[in-house]
Ligand binder design. Structure first.
Ligand code: NAP
Ligand code: MG
Length: 400
């Protein structure tokens, strides 16, 4: 059989534990029989990150910027236990954090919907993609307790040394707490740019929400930066595609999201995105069915599953016990990357393959063959629980 040819290689970022096992199986069982896969391979497994003093992570992110499309396996973010388990030279930083900082990107998360696994919100018929701003606000804060009788002021010193002072609070009646947060125009603009671009790419409406009625300078500034950029650079493209950019208050957005049918992108400030992405993942059913893509403002894409390395299943696997780990989000990381590569390189066969592989996953589950996590959730009358490998083989059969 003639395999589909590629032009530019994908950046392949291998990872850890159960997802590393699945990674190889996905390639062997689902991709290599059909595609003459070209990748630039980076081993982000913890052992190799340690051996390279984590340079491999940096190099992989630089490669993603250079080649434009990457696919990443879940990786361990080391903690004290992992330092011991792997005999690490140091507690290396989160690879996702490193990659995000280098690509300066925004993360978009979208659920994969299948019949039989119904969202907790019955009106949701299509995926809601959430985009979270990944810089600043309360995640880079300075905070303090204030004793009774204290005073807190906001002091801004400009480049010439001129000070502007504002009283935050006079704590003469009671002790209390105070917090300073910031953001940057450059970061807010990057965030907006990634979101506008992603909306155009996926032809979906884009919502953005903040609390500008209460925060008349800080949150209002987010609103203004987005609005200016939209008018200047994106309105025309949006109108041509018949999609819309829509700003509203965060509380109004939450109410509208719950009443909606889905099928749009919801851009959130850092804290809102942190909270709402967990709400959406749970409401759609399963973290194992959540995809994630990091988009840089220059238009480079890094696709991955939203879940981790599924450590508990990996230890069972190492013991020779049967596992039933869901590979769907990792398969979708591959299809997302292959499709994007196909779009950028003008390879319709590669795009069609990505579509067919996704269809095969969805059909396999909708016809009743699924891993244990979905077996517990599915309302299908006839369903069968299969192990990790059997699921991939069932998808391969559908694909053929
Ligand atoms: P996790 O790997 O997401 O798994 C947590 C639990 O969720 C699993 O034990 C399993 O539940 C269920 N689960 C997650 N993915 C599943 C799948 N594909 N199929 C079936 N069940 C699935 O999170 P974790 O155990 O907290 O973290 C493990 C490691 O992953 C950590 O070292 C962490 O640093 C890393 N991590 C990496 C990323 C990333 O690279 N993007 C993200 C998050 C975490 P049951 O055990 O009940 O079956
Ligand atoms: Mg969260």
């Amino acid at each position: 059989m003639d395999r589909i040819q590629m032009k530019t290689p994908l950046v392949e970022m291998d990872g850890d534990e159960m997802t590393r096992v699945i990674w190889q199986w996905i390639k062997d069982v689902l991709i290599l029989p059909h595609v003459e896969l070209k990748t630039e391979y980076y081993d982000l497994g913890l052992k190799n990150r340690n051996e390279t003093d984590d340079r491999v992570t940096v190099e992989s992110a630089e490669a993603a910027l250079r080649l434009g499309v990457a696919v990443k396996c879940a990786t361990i973010t080391p903690n004290a236990a992992r330092v011991k388990e792997y005999g690490l030279k140091e507690m290396w930083k989160s690879p996702n954090g490193t990659i995000r900082a280098i690509m300066d990107g925004t993360v978009f998360r979208a659920p994969i919907l299948v019949k039989g696994i119904e969202p907790y919100i019955p009106t949701w018929k299509k995926p809601i993609t959430i985009a979270r701003h990944a810089y600043g606000d309360v995640y880079k804060n300075t905070e303090s307790t204030v004793p009774k009788g204290g005073r807190a002021e906001l002091v801004v010193t400009d480049a010439e040394g001129n000070e502007t002072r504002q009283l935050i609070h006079d704590f003469s009646a009671s002790p209390g707490i105070v917090q300073g947060i910031h953001n940057l125009d450059s970061s807010i603009e990057s965030f907006a740019r990634c979101a506008f671009r992603y909306a155009i790419d996926t032809k979906q409406n884009l919502w953005f929400a903040a609390k500008d009625t209460i925060s008349k300078t800080y949150d209002h500034h987010f609103k203004d930066v987005w609005a200016d950029l939209y008018e200047r650079e994106y309105r025309e493209a949006f109108e041509k595609l018949g999609i819309e950019y829509f700003y509203t208050l965060i509380d109004d957005a939450v109410a509208r999201v719950v009443r909606s049918e889905g099928g749009f992108i919801w851009a959130c400030k850092n804290y809102d995105g942190d909270v709402m992405s967990d709400m959406l993942a749970t409401a759609y059913g399963s973290l194992a069915m959540m995809t994630s893509v990091l988009v840089s403002p220059t238009g480079a894409y890094e696709y991955e599953a939203a879940h981790g390395t599924v450590q508990r299943h990996y230890y069972k696997y190492l013991n020779g016990e049967e596992t039933s780990t869901n590979s769907v989000a990792t398969i979708y990381a591959w299809t997302g990357a292959l499709r994007k590569r196909g779009e950028l390189d003008g390879l319709p066969d590669l795009i069609a393959f990505a579509d067919r592989l996704e269809d095969a996953c969805v059909k396999t589950i909708e016809e009743g063959t699924m891993t244990g996590d979905l077996y517990l959730l599915s309302k299908l009358p006839a369903k069968k629980k299969v192990n990790t490998r059997e699921f991939l083989e069932a998808v391969a059969e559908k694909l053929a």
